[in-house]
Ligand binder design. Sequence first.
Ligand code: USQ
Length: 416
Amino acid sequence: MKIAILGGDGFCGWPASLHLSDQGHEVIIVDNFSRRVIDEELEAESLTPIRSLSERRAAWREVSGRQIGFAFIDVAQDYEGLLEFFRTERPDAVVHFAEQRAAPYSMKSSKNKRYTVDNNVNATHHVLSAIVESGVDIHLVHLGTMGVYGYGTAGMKIPEGYLDIEVTADGDANDDTKGAANGPSEHPAEPRRIEQQILYPSNPGSIYHLTKVLDQHLFAYYVKNDSVRITDLHQGIIWGTHTAQTQLDERLINRFDYDGDYGTVLNRFLMQAAVGHPLTVHGTGGQTRAFIHLQDMVRCVQIALENPPAAGERVKIFNQMTETHRVRDLAELIGRITGAEVAMVPNPRKESAENDLHVVNDTFLDLGLRPTTLSEGLLLEVEHIAEKYRDRADLSKIPATSLWTADQQAGVPAAA
Ligand code: USQ
């Protein structure tokens, strides 16, 4: 396949590009380097020393003999450039990672909220619109998030995107207009039961997560109106840094974020343990979240590309996660492995203090995914990344400083 990877220089995009190229696909990265620009803005660098994209691509050519193409396009701003790209390159598939992906960054200020909505929603709509206008039959694979569902379902398992519902329609029995004209019916109609599938009700916990909810509606519309073929991957929190390809050469290394805005919880804990910082558990640590290793993410993207929906079929939604864990259990586990101290810090976010989470993830398992579990991968990650690069860490960037509400900013703790 010819595959365009939008956001192919980022944390998920780069290892996915390498994996798909390694599988023999023709890969073209489309990127505007916005993630590298945000590094500069936040003065927070990846723990791992990432190279420029041209150096990464040259290293991959040297190591594998394969070429990865590149087009500099700002997908959210340059619609004409994207359309021209689709028309000239005619990719079979587009993998869309070109969105601002951090919840804390999206909540930092009104400017960040507006940037995240403008960038993410425009990018997705531009991709959809350009697919239709180009007339090229492209399968769109989008990186969504488990966070569209919200967390906590009173014990119910979150299905893969859709909820079966049954509605009772009373029909004539309650139709007042007829009643008024004709008098009450002697034989009121039996209530009818209607079975339907609806998008699982959304409940985003940040402006970032909200943009992925908005994306879902754009997808549903473009499938209904234009029969675009779309797969939406509702992904959990990634942990890990390496894939089979990124560890072939140090110049191919993936980014590892540990700062309060972009670092995700498990990678942050691993890094904190390596530098002797207490593990920053937000609140009681009773939040349960879904997780997936980076290596499994790239496999899932490959599996999704190999199993596209047919034209006219509704959006295929996969829950791209392999395990669920409570934040304080993760901290305790890493504390046990490394001897790190655990610190309960005031929660900078407005989120439920405690929740259970049960998720259906049968599709990927049925299609052959063999997950990397935390118990196998954790120690390797501590040794190979967190400890190896700990001297590059800037400890002042560890605390999470982005507060969700004006009350929190004024010093009042958030009610869940
Ligand atoms: N947390 C801590 N301590 C920390 C950092 C985080 O206790 O030092 C807590 C947070 O309060 C939250 C949980 O850990 O309850 C997860 O936070 P996170 O930053 O690891 O994950 P999140 O903000 O949800 O976002 C990340 C990615 C996002 C992706 C999402 C998947 O940045 O791109 O969509 O995970 S999911 O969470 O399943 O929606």
